[in-house]
Write a protein that binds this ligand. Structure first.
Ligand SMILES: [Zn+2]
Ligand SMILES: [Zn+2]
Length: 194
């Protein structure tokens, strides 16, 4: 594993700037991987990590930098829960740990550096120095990961009987004898413009 500073340098490049969220995300991922005993995420442990993130903010980019998990590799899963938390899974052992940032860390940052009035600067400095225990809640968990959730999964591609678009990874919906994509089954985030 690289050092905190090395990961922060990488994260600043990947994310475009260094911010409190980057510090939190880097430390969250380092803490999670250490709890699983995965010391070499860029090397020999590269293919055994799957990460669920629960927020799409600055910290998410930092988690990606440390774990190497990417959406396009199917190793990064996003659950839009708006929580500063992530679950790290070792797919080889099945061991998993969910790391959540403590709400109290913001107040702690304030008491540590009351003289720094810029919140981002204050938290950036404090989050580097706090103990893992002050920053995070860690909980061993079990994550059900069916075969189609694994990075290397190859399955049959199926065609939606309504729109004709292809569907991967068992994301189809069966309604009686009909096979539908999620959008045609009613689960859509867009409405066609007519
Ligand atoms: Zn940021
Ligand atoms: Zn469809």
């Amino acid at each position: 594993m690289k050092t905190l500073q090395e990961y922060l340098d990488d994260a600043a490049v990947a994310h475009g700037h260094l911010c409190a969220g980057q510090v939190l995300g880097v430390r969250m991922a380092m803490h999670g991987l250490r709890k699983l005993g995965l010391e070499d995420p860029q090397g020999k442990d590269r293919k055994r990590i799957v990460t669920f993130v629960e927020i799409d903010r600055c910290a998410t980019d930092a988690v990606m930098v440390v774990t190497g998990c990417r959406l396009g590799k199917r190793a990064l899963k996003f659950r839009d829960w708006g929580k500063m938390a992530a679950t790290f899974i070792d797919v080889e052992t099945g061991k998993a740990v969910r790391i959540a940032a403590k709400e109290s860390s913001k107040d702690l940052a304030k008491t540590m550096y009351p003289e720094i009035t810029d919140k981002n600067q204050q938290q950036m400095k404090a989050y580097r120095e706090m103990t893992d225990e002050d920053l995070f809640q860690a909980q061993p968990v079990h994550v059900k990961l069916p075969p189609e959730e694994f990075p290397g999964f190859k399955g049959d591609r199926i065609v939606c009987s309504q729109c004709g678009e292809g569907i991967n990874f068992k994301r189809e919906v069966r309604q009686g004898a009909r096979i539908l994509c999620r959008a045609c089954a009613g689960d859509r985030y867009y409405e066609p413009v007519t």
